[in-house]
Ligand binder design. Structure first.
Ligand code: 5GP
Length: 211
């Protein structure tokens, strides 16, 4: 029996445009074997370059609403005119495999996850300055002016919710942010409350060996 067999559920959250996706990709580059990404389902239009089943499962509004009725999401939200949700089926499977499951979702969804899974590790990613966020959203060039303004409005309300998270990570550079998240995950695994039961099983075995 080893300590820490079950993977962590790690929620990366924060305003749109803060660089969650880029930081997540940097994490996966070095720790690919240890991490699984929870691919969300959405009713939003596919952006150029996005891949079905890799970035998102792109579905119709009817399909999404049917899945809500069936209880098929760990969490879901309606964000700037579209549904986004975490399909439930893959979650337990991934955690039982011992890999860390990374969710990349907005603040509403994060709150729902924490309510259902108290041991989820929630990380709020923030830009070094508010201006950086606006510049990134504009530079990305994937949204119309109206959509950018919607997302900025949303970001302003999301900034106030950072206190609900377990950790705040500044995305000053992608590598720095990824390193901070790796350190958080390592520390979380070492927490006594997470490993004490398995530890006692090991100690119990040792006691028997000594008799
Ligand atoms: P985007 O349209 O830019 O891909 O995503 C918009 C927002 O929805 C981002 O903040 C993104 O992290 C969030 N998001 C993506 N997937 C999910 C999901 O499954 N659940 C929730 N609650 N938010 C999501």
């Amino acid at each position: 029996m080893k300590l820490n067999e079950r993977g962590l559920l790690v929620v990366l959250s924060g305003p749109s445009g803060v660089g969650k996706g880029t930081v997540r990709k940097a994490l996966f580059k070095t720790e690919k074997q240890k991490f699984t990404f929870s691919v969300s389902m959405t009713t939003r239009e596919k952006r150029p370059g996005e891949v079905e089943g890799k970035d998102y499962y792109f579905v119709s509004r009817e399909y999404f609403e049917k899945k809500i009725q069936e209880g098929g999401f760990l969490e879901y939200t309606y964000f700037c005119g579209n549904y986004y949700g975490t399909p439930l089926d893959k979650v337990e499977e991934a955690l039982n495999s011992g890999k860390e499951l990374i969710l990349e979702i907005e603040v509403n969804g994060c709150r729902q996850v924490k309510e259902k899974m108290m041991d989820a590790v929630t990380i709020f990613i923030v830009p070094p300055t508010k201006e950086t966020l606006y510049e990134r959203l504009k530079k990305r060039g994937t949204e119309s002016q109206y959509q950018i303004e919607e997302r900025i409005k949303k970001a302003n309300s999301e900034f106030g919710l950072a206190y609900q998270y377990d950790y705040i990570v500044v995305n000053d550079t992608v590598d720095n942010a990824a390193d901070r998240i790796k350190a958080i995950i390592r520390a979380e695994h070492a927490k006594t409350q997470r490993s004490i039961y398995k530890y006692y099983e090991i100690v119990g075995d040792l006691e028997n060996d000594n008799q």
